[in-house]
Design a protein around this ligand. Structure first.
Ligand code: DGT
Ligand code: CA
Ligand code: CA
Ligand code: ZN
Length: 577
């Protein structure tokens, strides 16, 4: 975070200047003018007040880099809302070329060359050019560039139209609560109920003998931007936050079958239907029926249906066709970890680094949740932008936490941790003197995300072999929709974590959710242990641990796999294993 955020009024001016720079750079017409426009954009971005107030004072052309021609364009933009020069520039390239800049790793120079040398004018055409291996024909581009571009395209498209689970979770709970009084039973379904990291829309299933009442209430909610369709059994609306919500209403005897069907996943449903047929049944959204006489066997509840198929009840998070149906048939499903099993959070920031609550506020919030302990893990010194703690401040924080614990002010025990940067060479960002005083250290990658696989693997293996490291924080370092996972040899890294007793974090911060489910499953095969954290930067976000729990359950984790389901004494032993 910069010292202060950009004045929101200046956003469009900054965008305008950068777009001019982008187009000039794409067309390659001038080497220096793009730099001048970018410099002016940076200056304006850093202004504490709207640029219009500098214009009013007559001081705009004195701002660094905002002289002559550029200040004229800034003035034109603030009065007319558009700039003639940019309008004309836009006509010099197809608009799809500018859209390509939204892809990771495609800058104006690359976009310009793809356009000039391959006549690629849209993202679709770029995809085609990569698949036809035409991109590698350009000087300086190779097979790897094509692969990376295809990944960027996929990433860009998957980001489009999907929402973080956290963006949908609260609204869905509110809808269910609000519509509950019009229904016999009601539940969220779909990917949200399976706790996927992103959701395409909100699906809600209700049972009612009077569907009109609930449908009317649904369509009349203040959060509805517009009604996409409205009927007796299904209605769809677009909410003001951009999410679509689908409500399906069934008779109460079909509630379980409908809930099961619309919870999915599609792949789970497909396998389940096949198994049903093998057992002489037919399964659909209305119920489970005997094939020979179409008589109803089950449908009222999911438990009843799985039971009739001689299976254990399968929790929604497992319904991804990853072997859960076989396991349920063999009575071998894991007893998944639950939010109530978590006895404390081990990854929390305070206002000592980049959090916005005090140590005491975090402790109070942990106590309110009924936690036995809370681990404070502010950033280490290298995290300058996050106000990381110098050695001296870290020593001071340790003293403060010891004093707080002995004051008896809180029942909750405050643990002295740190989120220590794993430096590019794999060393930790504090010396042994500090590391030895901490209750535990969480090691995280916050820099040099783009290292080659081999180098990154070595970096992580070095860190994991440090006896002071207890937890590997948000191991892939991804940010959903914003930054790809770092690449490393998962077998080697998980093997080393298991061998050295380093616990892997499942970070519940909504845009991280890291480790993700597929890697949790892999790591568990290596015998790794885990911790579930919120990575809170504010006292109200301790509740984000629920997203970590969702991810852990999708990764088939049980209570015994998770370190912070232990009491404090046992936990500290596990952290020092
Ligand atoms: P999303 O919305 O993309 O995050 O993912 P879902 O899983 O919520 O998918 P959605 O909303 O299209 O449909 C909800 C569920 O309905 C889905 O998980 C399974 C079920 N479903 C939808 N279409 C089909 C289908 O064609 N066949 C089967 N077997 N199930 C379907
Ligand atoms: Ca859905
Ligand atoms: Ca849907
Ligand atoms: Zn971090």
């Amino acid at each position: 975070m910069p010292a202060h955020a950009m004045d929101p009024a200046n956003g469009p001016v900054v965008d305008m200047l950068n777009e001019i720079a982008d187009i000039l750079e794409i067309t390659g017409s001038d080497r220096f003018r793009p730099l001048a426009y970018r410099r002016a954009a940076r200056t304006i971005e850093a202004l504490p007040k709207p640029v219009s107030s500098y214009i009013a004072e007559g001081s705009v052309s004195q701002l660094a880099g905002v002289g002559g021609a550029i200040s004229a364009k800034v003035k034109e933009f603030t009065t007319a809302g558009r700039v003639e020069y940019l309008e004309n520039l836009r006509k010099t390239i197809p608009s799809g070329v500018l859209e390509m800049l939204k892809l990771q790793d495609v800058g104006p120079k690359t976009a310009g060359r793809l356009f000039a040398e391959l006549r690629v004018t849209t993202i679709d055409e770029l995809e085609k050019a990569c698949r036809e291996h035409r991109v590698r024909g350009l000087k300086g581009f190779g097979e790897k560039t094509e692969e990376k571009m295809l990944q960027s395209i996929e990433f860009y498209r998957s980001g489009g139209g999907r929402f973080l689970l956290s963006a949908a979770d609260g609204v869905a709970a509110m809808l269910v609560e609000r519509l509950g009084k019009y229904a016999q039973r009601i539940s969220p379904a779909g990917s949200l109920r399976r706790r996927r990291e992103t959701v395409g829309d909100i699906d809600i299933i209700a049972s009612s003998a009077l569907p009109e009442g609930i449908m009317d209430a649904f369509a009349a909610m203040p959060e509805v931007r517009n009604i996409l369709s409205k009927g007796d059994t299904k209605s769809s609306v677009l909410l003001t936050n951009g999410l679509q919500a689908d409500l399906r209403v069934v008779a109460d005897e079909s509630f379980g079958a409908a809930l099961m069907y619309f919870t999915g996943s599609k792949d789970h449903n497909v396998v389940l239907r096949t198994v049903s047929i093998e057992k002489g049944f037919r399964l659909n959204e209305y119920g489970l029926f005997r094939r020979e006489d179409s008589s109803a066997v089950a449908g009222r509840s999911e438990e009843e249906i799985y039971g009739a198929l001689s299976m254990q009840y399968i929790p929604p998070e497992l319904r991804e066709a990853r072997g859960e149906i076989e396991a349920a048939s063999a009575n071998a499903l894991p007893a998944l970890v639950e939010e109530g099993d978590v006895k404390g959070d081990l990854h929390c920031h305070t206002d000592w680094s980049d959090g916005s609550s005090t140590l005491e506020e975090m402790a109070a919030a942990a106590e309110e949740r009924g936690y036995e302990y809370i681990g404070i893990t502010d950033h280490s010194g290298s995290e300058k932008v996050a106000n990381g703690l110098s050695a001296e401040r870290m020593h001071r924080q340790i003293e403060r936490i010891h004093a707080l614990n002995s004051s008896g002010r809180f029942r909750v025990r405050v643990l002295c941790g740190s989120e220590v940067d794993i430096l590019p060479d794999g060393r930790l960002d504090y010396d042994d003197d500090i590391l030895g005083r901490l209750d535990y250290a969480v090691g995280s990658v916050h820099s040099r995300f783009n290292m080659e696989k081999k180098e990154m693997t070595e970096r992580l293996l070095t860190a994991l072999s440090n006896p002071h490291l207890s937890i590997f924080g948000h191991p892939t370092a991804r940010e959903i929709g914003r930054r790809d996972a770092i690449t490393f040899d998962a077998d080697a890294v998980f093997g080393a974590a298991a061998e050295n007793g380093v616990l892997l974090e499942v970070d519940g911060s909504p845009s991280r959710l890291d480790l993700p489910d597929a890697l949790i499953i892999e790591a568990k095969k290596h015998g790794c242990g885990f911790v579930l954290d919120s990575d809170s930067h504010h006292r109200t976000s301790l509740a984000d641990v629920r997203y970590a729990v969702g991810m852990a359950r999708r990764g088939w984790l049980e209570k015994k796999d998770v370190g912070n389901t232990l009491g404090a004494a046992e936990l500290l032993k596990a952290l020092h294993a």
